[in-house]
Design a protein around this ligand. Structure first.
Ligand code: ADP
Ligand code: ASP
Ligand code: MG
Length: 814
């Protein structure tokens, strides 16, 4: 015989029930089909009962919804000719249900016994309707009320089998004495010795199926659900999770105890002693292999088999000097919790005996607090013990695996991964079976913790980088294009999975938690919500993804003012925006400090020389013990472009215009022409060389007339260039007469920096600088006479984007 159990989603509607029929019909053996209530109906029933018992008439609407779900399913499933019998039976059951709810409404109260009676209608109706559908479809099927087979105690809501011998023999007798190939039964429901309806606990249909399987010595127990097996982590939270093909009973039990809802924890016990294998299969993808749970350990399997978690956990701790060395305190503590029927998920006791701390379900907190404070009232009044300390909004996350005990370093790996991702650990516990290492963490960190641990233990070192990009103009759009092109390469060769989760321009912002499609990001963004920098940050922060990187491609000061928020929340920042690093020294150094403190890289390679590896080289020189003595550089691709193209055959105005149009200048070209941009760059290099310098300490001899410097918008600025053309021509002639070229040079030496236009003679390193190229000469202790030279294209959207991309990859390798 075989036992097949179909969960709520599998029987949620007529279409799904048809899939169930197709699976059942292929079964060659005698088969018990255990079904849950139609998906969501148990919740509706509980909700109706709760409303009714609080005198809320709204319960009637919930009842109507329940009624409608069943009636419409019958009408869709069962041919008209057979409908009337089924409809009248179901309607009469629904009438009783309505009367029960009415009763609760008038009394204004609900007992656990009545609640179970009400809730049992979910499985009663689903199993009856499905059996009638099978019969109508020509299957050799019959219906059996499981309350007649499973006998429990009266612990309503979570009843336990009262006497297995009796229940087993009822089940055996029933199946031995009927010849139907298929029997459909409701899961979850049972009855007390007196005959009242009871239920086995939420998710308990799995347990019903296991009890039947064990009683009849079934060949196998198949749990059909909405996922393709037991996964390495909850697939709803961890996209990369994979179904585990084989797993031992103990491991499966441990995973389900720690939150893997796919299997109700008590399910394993009855089949384990009989060695009946459990298969977990997907109703919506029956060909998927699924998971087989057996006695046998997969010896070649991974040490960590799965990661599970329980949300809604609270910690309660008892502390005080009066606890030290006094026997019996823990006994009383645990006894009081047990009397209050509070189950403990995890325990830790400090070795000093100064405190006991347990994790419990958040719903039990009030009860636990009161019970313990009452028990220790006397000690508390003497101040020997402090009143119970409660911490809420927590979760437990657990690594599970049979062979974890034979391996060292797993907990180290677990906790360093959590630490690196800034997940704060409140409590650690290792099961004595050594099959489980658990930690209590903040509820808000669950998704991040699960994904980081999953990445570490299951994903062959593929590291996910989650990007949040602000600014998708010239540079930003090139960056998105480059990411799209390189995605596959990075995954295959560098084991980096780069995903863009959020983008924003000044008008709109758009997020996709699964990664934005880089093929049509423009149209997605244009339909996004209204842009808002604070909300952008809040969203990034609340998503709380591991390896989150904020990328700033704007030139906005307001955006640069948000970096501290990101860094303080362990979100890395990559920026081509120079404002932050060239702002007051205290701001720059604070950002560097936050980056270090919160383990979140702050990279700005493109602040100087676009994609050229200038800052990175500088960092390596310093890290390896070198000292910067002098820096000489042409750092403005824009000014270089301008002075390379400007001559007595053109006008200064036209060349600057061309530079702006070709993307060689900042959006406001005066920032380049005034020398401010170059001053900012040498300032950043000086700071990165270890000098404490501010922008007003940099000598800046501007070549622009004062009137041009005073303009406040681009139009006025360009107009002033036309006006002063003669003075620009004079500048040109003066240099040309000396056979020299005009270059805007930045210099740093002896702690002092200056920028300004210089005549560069033939033969100088700077003389042959083409187009928008940059050049930097580092004179250091190791390169005192012949400087280390970095030269190449130092402006342009493409190279800037590639510089940002390189910073992102640096973080990936961090
Ligand atoms: P059913 O109604 O079929 O009994 P459940 O909702 O009780 O289904 O259980 C299936 C769900 O369990 C999945 O949809 C998934 O969200 C959740 N789940 C949690 N952890 C795991 C895991 N490790 N593997 C598979 N599913 C899991
Ligand atoms: N219908 C019950 C519940 O929702 C039992 C089950 O589905 O296993 O909890
Ligand atoms: Mg379930």
């Amino acid at each position: 015989m075989k036992v097949l159990k179909f969960g709520g989603t599998s029987v949620a509607n007529a279409n799904n029930i048809e899939l169930v029929k197709n699976i059942v019909k292929n079964s060659k053996n005698k088969t018990a089909v255990v079904v849950s209530a139609f998906g969501g109906v148990t919740d509706l029933l509980l909700n109706a009962a709760e409303l009714a018992s609080t005198h809320n008439k709204e319960y009637k609407n919930v009842f109507l919804k329940i009624e409608e779900r069943h009636i419409s399913t019958i009408k869709e499933l069962i041919p008209v000719s057979n409908q009337s019998k089924v409809l009248s039976k179901v309607k009469s059951e629904l009438n009783i249900l309505e009367t029960l709810l009415e009763g609760a409404f008038f009394i204004g109260e609900i007992t656990p016994k009545l609640s179970d009676k009400i809730v049992s209608y979910g499985e009663l109706l689903s199993s009856y309707i499905i059996s009638e559908y099978f019969i109508a479809e020509g299957l050799n099927a019959s219906y059996k009320d499981s309350r007649e087979l499973l006998k429990t105690n009266t612990n309503y809501g979570k009843a336990a089998i009262y006497n297995f011998e009796e229940t087993n023999s009822l089940i055996q007798n029933y199946f031995n004495n009927n010849n139907n190939q298929i029997t459909v039964l409701g899961g979850f429901i049972a009855s007390s010795i007196k005959g009242d309806s009871t239920t086995l606990g939420r998710g308990g249909s799995d347990y019903t199926a296991a009890i039947i399987a064990a009683a009849v010595d079934a060949k196998s127990l198949e749990i059909w659900t909405d996922v393709s097996g037991m996964y390495t982590a909850n697939p709803k939270l961890v996209k990369q999770a994979k179904a585990i093909e084989n797993i031992s009973y103990q491991e499966a039990m441990e995973l389900s105890h720690f939150g893997a809802k796919v299997l109700y924890p008590p399910t394993i016990q009855p089949v384990l002693s009989k060695g009946i294998p459990i298969a977990i299969k997907n109703t919506f993808n029956p060909d998927a292999i699924g998971t087989t749970i057996t006695k046998n350990l997969d010896k070649n399997g991974k040490t960590v088999r799965g990661i599970s978690h329980i949300e809604n956990i609270s910690l309660i701790s008892l502390e005080g000097s009066g606890m030290v060395g006094i026997p019996g305190i823990s006994k009383r503590f645990f006894e009081v919790l047990s009397l209050a029927q509070i189950s403990i998920v995890l325990i830790t006791q400090a070795s000093s005996e100064h405190s006991i701390c347990v994790a419990i379900d958040a719903n039990d907190v009030a009860l636990a607090e009161e019970a313990i404070n009452n028990e220790f009232e006397y000690e508390i009044s003497l101040k020997k013990i402090k009143p119970v300390l409660v911490e809420n909004d927590l979760a437990i996350i657990a690594l599970v695996g049979d062979s974890m005990k034979n391996h060292q370093g797993l907990s180290g790996k677990m906790f360093s991964t959590l630490g690196k991702n800034n997940v704060n650990i409140r409590v650690i516990a290792q099961g004595s079976s050594e099959r489980n290492i658990s930690a209590v963490i903040d509820k808000a960190d669950v998704k991040k913790a699960l994904n980081s641990l999953h990445e570490k233990f299951f994903e062959e070192n593929i590291k996910q980088l989650n990007l949040f990009i602000m600014g998708v103009g010239n540079v930003g759009s090139k960056l998105l294009h480059q990411i799209k092109q390189q995605k596959k390469y990075l995954k295959e060769n560098l084991k980096l999975n780069v995903r863009v989760i959020g983008i924003s321009n000044s008008r709109t912002m758009f997020f996709d938690e699964d990664g934005i499609s880089l093929k049509n990001w423009e149209s997605l963004l244009s339909k996004g919500e209204k842009a808002n920098k604070e909300q952008f940050f809040s969203k990034v922060n609340s998503l709380n993804y591991r390896n989150s990187i904020f990328v700033d491609n704007t030139a906005s000061e307001v955006v640069s003012n948000t970096y501290a928020d990101y860094l303080s929340n362990s979100i890395s920042v990559v920026t081509c925006n120079k404002i932050a690093c060239s702002s007051v020294y205290t701001n720059y150094s604070r950002l560097k400090y936050l980056a270090q403190k919160y383990n979140a890289p702050f990279l700005f390679e493109t602040n100087v020389g676009a994609g050229l590896p200038i800052i990175d080289t500088l960092k390596h020189l310093i890290a390896s013990g070198d000292k910067i003595l002098k820096i000489q550089a042409v750092l403005s691709g824009s000014l270089n472009f301008v002075f390379n193209n400007f001559s007595n055959k053109t006008t200064f105005h036209d060349i600057v215009k061309q530079a702006q149009e070709e993307g060689y200048t900042e959006p406001d070209p005066k920032i380049d022409l005034s020398g401010i941009d170059v001053a900012r760059k040498i300032l950043i290099l000086a700071r990165e060389s270890g000098y404490k310098l501010d922008i007003d300490e940099i000598t800046n001899k501007s070549f622009l007339p004062e009137e041009s410097l005073q303009t406040t918008n681009n139009n006025d600025f360009f107009a002033s260039l036309i006006k002063f053309e003669p003075s620009f021509q004079e500048m040109y002639t003066e240099a040309a007469n000396k056979d020299a070229k005009l270059k805007y040079v930045a210099q740093f030496e002896d702690g002092k920096a200056s920028v300004g236009l210089q005549h560069i003679p033939k033969g100088h390193d700077f003389y042959n600088l083409e187009g928008s190229d940059n050049i930097v000469l580092f004179f250091t202790e190791r390169y005192p006479n012949q400087p280390l030279i970095i030269k190449g294209a130092g402006a342009g959207a493409d190279v800037t984007a590639s510089g940002i991309f390189a910073d992102i990859i640096r973080i990936g390798n961090f």
